[in-house]
Design a protein around this ligand. Sequence first.
Ligand SMILES: Cc1cc2nc3c(=O)[nH]c(=O)nc-3n(C[C@H](O)[C@H](O)[C@H](O)COP(=O)(O)OP(=O)(O)OC[C@H]3O[C@@H](n4cnc5c(N)ncnc54)[C@H](O)[C@@H]3O)c2cc1C
Length: 305
Amino acid sequence: MQIPAPFDYARATTVADALALLERHGPESRVVAGGHSLLPMMKLRLARPEWLIDINDLFELDFILRDGNQLRVGAMTRHTTLLESAEIAGLFPIFTDAERVIADPVVRNRGTIGGSLCQGDPAEDLSTVCDVLRGEAVIRGPGGERILAMNEFHKGPYETAVGQNELLCEIRFPIRPRSGSAYEKVDRRVGDWAIVAAGAAVSLAEDGTIDDVAIGLTAVGVEGTISPAEAVMRGEKPREELFVEAGRLAALASNPVADQRGPIEYKRHLSDELTRRVLRSACARAAASPTSVSPTSLSPTPQEG
Ligand SMILES: Cc1cc2nc3c(=O)[nH]c(=O)nc-3n(C[C@H](O)[C@H](O)[C@H](O)COP(=O)(O)OP(=O)(O)OC[C@H]3O[C@@H](n4cnc5c(N)ncnc54)[C@H](O)[C@@H]3O)c2cc1C
């Protein structure tokens, strides 16, 4: 199939308008953001919405905003904007690492962080990024606003907590001193989906021990972050033996399937190796990062993109 089933189309002007349109057109209506996941699914007839509510005019959801000790990222922020943001690169280099290897410029110019998270593809990169950064999803609907931790947001492959009549509006990330993060992916060719990818975020205490750590894997059947691997690192000084042990435990926690991207053992090996690499890199970045976070109140960064 190359042509979607017939559908009607409405262009929302505000978040309130988008929510009203979703309410008016009922369960067979879907929002479209960048369209890079939804439109291929419609062409394959895997999705057959009767109404498409276009949210590309919701510029109010396209922002990167420093708000005290949080960074707030609007759901309509495009991959390219995330890739090119100096503030993101400084605070959360894991985003920059991941965005460099997501698809190609054509997809990155349209695809959004909100669409990526709501699509919930198990091989999608930004879910792991948001998980390890302990992001919170801000969702609005007819009943008002609710804020969910990422482990409550994800409900499984292609399923999230966002209701049909709701919108993901932003994701909030805590900013912590002495923190670093990293992402590495192995794919079959440039811009492809991950065979396996790993992400890690580390915060160091004043004495240089690991205060907090989060480790995630992409495309190997892992939901949320990997507690056993994190537990061996907390309270310890970063060192190679720890990275090796955490890599081993992450591979054990992985649950890959054999497919055209590779056999199970290869994916387990990648889970181990990539976990070690991102931990090394995240710890080095944490050691080189600022030792305090000045709580600027609501200082907007220049709008990008
Ligand atoms: C060739 C190709 C290669 C790709 N490679 C990668 C890759 O390597 N890694 C990767 O991570 N991704 C990859 N992608 C996916 C890409 O990142 C998409 O941009 C992303 O999956 C979806 O974002 P979107 O804005 O296009 O969402 P859309 O396709 O518009 O929407 C996706 C789903 O989310 C819903 N939705 C969108 N926004 C909201 C919102 N604010 N609130 C509630 N629901 C919403 C829609 O209703 C739909 O169900 C690739 C895509 C293509 C076409």
